[in-house]
Design a protein around this ligand. Structure first.
Ligand SMILES: *Cc1c(COP(=O)(O)O)cnc(C)c1O
Length: 397
């Protein structure tokens, strides 16, 4: 399959640049309209078809999407649920993880990773991240293993996969189940693996701004294990493996047919969109190289073209003469929107004080939260825009 049609790439770049020229925001952090405009008619058709069919819950478009997403990821089964958070909770539960179990998670993740583990009934055990990739530090896993440790939830943060071979080896050594949080990593690749195909099961989110986003909330569980798949199917549907027969308490958490219909139209474009993100990141990387001497350091990409760049994140390190806030404000004054993913590490959030962690427990995660800055990133972000962003950054020094 030829992913890049040069004309399409060029035209999307031009429309991206012209669209925002009359607004004070010159470059938004994310531009979803850019990906929806060319397929708007198709999406409307797909939604209309569901309305005509009337199969709003567990309808045909959902079954179609589940099959397509599983195939695209190289996994046997996919079960659509209401959100990425539910995908983690129900997926872990279906894997037999629950009360009394300890599940290792990175301290440096979006909070929903912890919510999923806790909703499944288990206790999250945090470990620090590597300072350069911001991914879970696999070398420290052994330090937190107890006889209650059942699973590890690697988070493919920012779109980059946690090293599959090392992960599988550790899981084997300590008899841990791997459950991937791939909410930011649709079709990400690493060491020949596709995100969602490494562990026992995996969770994805279709929150609108994710690499594959619905027109609302959505999520999916991937697994090669039929029993796990059947269990998630039951759990999302009142704990019923068949109608009016309830083997589990379960919940109500289906991916709406209308959302699946939207996703069916978008999925064929995902590999191309990911490739555009990767190209934009490479352009950023090249332009930012001279700024290393000023302490501006992009998060390290260890997977090359496999990285799907949900976010493009730089570190404003201690060596930088300017503070992160100053940089963020000055970029905003030039019409450039940025973000921080995430400003407070999970273990220092008020709701999680009961886990017993304190400042200093995860120094790399704590330092990253102070240093990271996410620059605009979306498919169709143009090279001219990236030039403008990096020139603006450079001009501050
Ligand atoms: C978005 C996200 C989730 C949660 O997904 P929702 O669909 O918002 O519930 C979980 N983990 C990570 C790493 C995420 O980025």
């Amino acid at each position: 399959m030829k992913l890049i049609t040069d004309n399409e790439y060029a035209s999307v770049q031009t429309s991206s640049a012209s669209r925002n020229q009359h607004s004070s925001v010159k470059i938004p952090f994310v531009d979803l309209k850019l990906q929806h405009q060319p397929i708007e008619a198709q999406i409307e058709e797909a939604i209309k078809a569901v309305v005509q069919q009337g199969d709003f819950v567990l309808g045909k478009a959902l079954a179609d999407f589940e099959e397509s997403f599983a195939t695209a990821s190289g996994v046997k089964y996919a079960i659509g649920v209401a959100s990425g958070t539910d995908a983690i909770a129900l997926g872990l539960q279906a894997c037999g993880i629950g009360t009394g179990d300890e599940v290792i998670v990175p301290a440096n993740t979006f909070i929903a990773t912890l919510i999923g583990v806790i909703k499944a009934g288990a206790t999250p055990i945090l470990v620090d991240c590597y300072p350069d990739t911001a991914l879970i530090n696999l070398r420290t896993l052994n330090q937190v293993i107890t006889n209650k440790t059942k699973a590890v939830v690697p988070v493919h943060l920012y779109g980059q996969m946690v090293a599959p071979h090392q992960l599988l080896k550790l899981a084997q050594t300590y008899n841990l189940l791997i459950f991937e949080d791939a909410a930011q990593a649709h079709l990400s690749k690493g060491e020949g693996y596709c995100a969602g195909s490494v562990g026992k099961a995996a969770a994805f989110s279709f929150y609108p701004s994710k690499n594959l986003g619905a027109f609302g909330n959505g999520g999916i569980v991937l697994t090669n294990d039929l029993q796990v798949a059947d269990k998630v199917r039951a759990l999302r549907n009142y704990g019923a493996p068949r109608k009016y027969f309830h083997t589990d308490i379960g919940t109500n958490s289906r991916l709406d047919t209308i959302q699946a219909a939207v996703l069916n139209v978008k999925l064929p474009h995902l590999a191309k969109w990911n490739q555009w993100r990767n190209l934009a990141a490479r352009h950023y990387d090249a332009l930012l190289t001279p700024l290393k001497s000023q302490g501006i350091i992009p998060i390290l990409n260890q997977n090359g073209t496999g990285h799907v760049y949900h976010l493009y994140v730089i570190r404003v390190s201690a060596e930088c003469p300017l503070g992160r806030q100053t940089i963020q404000e000055k970029l905003a004054a030039r019409g450039i929107q940025t973000g921080i993913h995430y400003p407070i590490p999970c273990h220092l959030q008020p709701a999680y004080q009961y886990l017993g962690y304190k400042t200093g427990d995860f120094p790399n995660s704590e330092a990253l939260c102070q240093e990271i800055l996410s620059l605009p990133m979306y498919p169709g972000l143009s090279n001219d825009q990236i030039n403008y962003i990096v020139n603006s950054l450079q001009s501050l020094f």
